[in-house]
Each structure stands twice: as structure tokens, then as C-alpha cells.
Design a protein around this ligand. Structure first.
Ligand SMILES: *Cc1c(COP(=O)(O)O)cnc(C)c1O
Length: 387
């Protein structure tokens, strides 16, 4: 039926997006101009947060977010094993130690119960985390109220890795409002909900955290006299007051992101519509999709199904055979703790049993705003035939 590969996710670029980027190319500023602050202001207003810092990627945003919360050598950071490696790597960049909290098998999100149990043991051994990074898998928020309550009791900080979740809601408010966290990070990689080609954003309600992130994004350099530690030498003067990086977003990226943002709600609505068609079509098959909490409105970055009963035996076969039929099925994610690098740090497969069970039963099937009705029907038919 189909000649071309159906990808699991894909960007949707309009003529307006293209024009916005071309306008920047014809302007005076390719970087450090007006588009980046405009993108930041629009995102913070959309999320209902006070401040936003645009970066070169979500990975760089996670890195400077950790640093701005004071994560350093000797600290411990916990995150979910069912995530992209960046959620854990950011802590290692700061010299901290990483550990994981097992997931809730039905949602794939970090389990507040597992978190509480782990905190109780960590308190006894004096190994409490400084920071926890919950990941909103596939665009559904974690149970942030429960996690924030534990943060208060055990005094750790929270960064929400919302790389999948721009446009999602939790308890009726936009993910990114930071009501239950210190910082929320978004990704604008092309497979995500909106794109700036590469790019990320860290939002927060705290001015001090935001200032630190803006300093670290650009070498730790300031031209603001009130941030300087010594008197200015003259109008050419700037000071380096921290050890930062070049993690800046370009004007081209910000213009693309800003233009995409005007269609964010439309994209998320379309993703929800396509997801509910899948959910309905699969009702009678031996599989479930990620359980959706009533507290949450997912942005549906991914549509993930989990095989049940005897169908579990066909897990690998299903992914391979969908690919043979030109349907890109994927697996989000290989548990981070079984990556060779993390095994080298001492993690063993059995450390997080739910993550492993999830890995052995889950697969991602195509979902993006440009997915056609005929393609979706073809995908449903193939899955039904195979299992
Ligand atoms: C994509 C992704 C990242 C990294 O995003 P980049 O913008 O590519 O750096 C981090 N965490 C999660 C959960 C992601 O899906």
C-alpha cells in the first residue's frame, strides 16, 4: 500500500516557518539578536512561568539547569531509567553521581512509590539525592504533586525533563509552569512536538536561577555592571564571573521555534486525535497503551503500546516485521542503566525490574501531525495481522 517509509515522528514545516528563517538570514543578526529573547518570552508566557533561557539543545539546558541548582562533585542525582541518556548524563557532566528510580509499569513514568521507598533507605545510609529529574514520558506529566511533596520532606530539588511535553497539561495547568519544580526543560529536536532544528529551553520562576543559567549559557560572561565584581574598565568591558559554555541558540533557530509555536496547540490536538483512534482500534487486541491519568493532558510526543499475555513473545518480531512493512517502529527507551557506559558505573540489569519489564513489552508506533488516515489504517491493520 505504501511505498515510502512511515517514520515514528516527523517535523511539520510550513511556508511561514521557512519565511521566518529567511527573514533572519536577511537581517543584521544571525545570533544574539532579538529573536531569542522573543522566543523565550513567548514560551514563558505560554507556560505561565516567570523566566526562560533558550539553549542549543535540551541536553545543554539540562546541564546548566543542574549547575544553576548547585549540583557538583559529591552530590547525587536521581532520574528515570526509561528516558533518553541525556536525562542522566547531565548530572555526570557536573561531577555528580547518578542513580535511578524505577518506573510505574503502566505509565512508564518515575514511580512516586518507588521514589519514597528509595528515599527512606537513602536517608538511613546518608545518600539522599540533591536533585531528582522526573521525565514526562511520551508527553504525559509525572505525578508532580506526589514528587514535590517528597521533595519538601527530603529537601531535594526538581528539574522536570519535559523534552516530550511542551503543550501538555497537568492538573489543568501547562507543563512548564514550575508549580511543582525548580526548573522545567523542553527540547526542540525535530522529532519533538515543535522544532527549532536543534534547541532547548529551561523555564523557571526564580530570577536567580534564570540569571545563572543565562550566564552559564554564554561562557559565564556578563556585560551587566551590577553583576560585575570589579569596576568597569570602559565601554568595551565584560567580565567572566563563572566557568560557562557556548550553549547559545541562534536567531535562525529561535525564529523557527517562534513560528512553530503558533501551531503548538494545533499539533497537540492532532496528536491527541490520532492517539485516540489508535486506542480505540486496539481495544480488542492483547496490548495496552500507556495508562493516561485523569490529572494529565498528554502532548502525545509518542504513541507507545505494551504487549500483554502471549503477545509478549512476539515483541521483537512485531517491531522487526513492522519495519519490513516500512512502518518505523521504535523502542523508547532502552533502560539507561543497561547501557554499557552505565553498566561500567556498576549498574546491573536487575536493579530496576519494572524498567526491564517495560523494555521487554513496549514499542513506539508512528504518531505525528502529518500522519495520514490511510497510513494509520495501514499501521493498525499490520499490527492486528501480526499479533
Ligand atoms: C530528546 C530528549 C532529550 C535531549 O534533547 P536534545 O534537544 O536533543 O538535547 C533529553 N531528554 C529526553 C527525555 C528527550 O527525549
Amino acid at each position: 500500500m505504501t511505498d515510502s517509509l512511515i517514520p515514528y515522528g516527523k517535523q511539520d514545516i510550513s511556508q511561514a516557518d521557512i519565511d521566518a528563517v529567511i527573514d533572519v538570514l536577511k537581517s543584521d543578526w544571525l545570533t544574539q539578536g532579538p529573536k531569542v529573547p522573543a522566543f523565550e518570552d513567548t514560551i514563558s508566557a505560554y507556560c505561565g512561568a516567570n523566566y526562560a533561557t533558550a539553549t542549543s539543545s535540551a541536553t545543554s539546558a539540562l546541564h546548566i539547569a543542574c549547575l544553576s541548582l548547585g549540583v557538583s562533585e559529591g552530590d547525587i542525582v536521581w532520574t528515570s531509567p526509561i528516558s533518553f541518556v541525556a536525562s542522566a548524563n547531565c548530572a555526570l557532566y557536573c561531577g555528580a553521581k547518578v542513580d535511578f528510580v524505577d518506573v510505574d509499569i503502566d505509565t512508564g513514568n518515575l514511580s512516586p512509590d518507588a521514589l519514597e521507598q528509595k528515599l527512606i533507605s537513602a536517608e538511613k545510609t546518608n545518600t539522599l539525592p540533591k536533585l531528582v529529574i522526573p521525565v514526562h514520558l511520551a508527553g504525559q506529566s509525572c505525578d508532580m504533586q506526589a514528587i514535590a511533596k517528597l521533595a519538601e520532606k527530603y529537601s531535594f530539588k526538581i528539574i522536570e525533563d519535559a523534552s516530550h511535553a511542551i503543550g501538555a497539561k497537568y492538573l489543568g495547568k501547562p507543563v512548564g509552569c514550575c508549580e511543582h519544580s525548580d526548573i522545567t526543560v523542553f527540547s526542540f529536536h525535530p522529532v519533538k512536538i515543535i522544532t527549532s532544528a536543534e534547541g532547548g529551553m529551561a523555564v523557571t520562576n526564580c530570577k536567580k536561577i534564570d540569571n545563572t543559567m543565562k550566564l552559564l549559557r554564554s561562557h559565564g560572561i556578563t556585560s551587566n555592571p551590577t553583576e560585575m565584581t570589579e569596576p568597569s574598565h570602559g565601554p568595551w568591558y565584560y567580565q567572566q564571573v563563572e566557568l560557562g559554555f557556548n550553549y547559545r541558540m541562534t536567531e535562525l533557530q529561535a525564529a523557527l521555534g517562534l513560528s512553530q509555536l503558533t501551531r503548538l496547540n494545533e499539533f497537540v490536538a492532532k496528536r491527541n486525535e490520532l492517539a485516540s483512534i489508535y486506542t480505540n482500534e486496539f481495544k480488542h487486541l492483547p496490548l495496552t497503551h500507556l495508562h493516561q491519568s485523569t490529572q494529565s493532558y498528554s502532548s502525545y510526543h509518542l504513541y507507545i503500546i505494551r504487549l500483554t499475555g502471549d503477545a509478549v513473545k512476539k515483541h521483537k518480531e512485531l517491531i522487526c516485521s513492522l519495519r519490513e512493512h516500512k512502518i518505523t517502529s521504535h523502542l523508547h527507551y532502552i533502560p539507561i542503566h543497561i547501557q554499557p557506559y552505565y553498566k561500567g558505573l556498576g549498574f546491573r540489569e536487575g536493579d530496576f525490574p519494572n524498567a526491564i519489564e517495560y523494555y521487554n513489552t513496549a514499542l513506539t508506533i508512528p504518531l505525528h501531525p502529518k500522519l495520514k488516515t490511510s497510513e494509520q489504517a495501514y499501521i493498525v491493520k499490520k499490527i492486528t495481522d501480526i499479533i
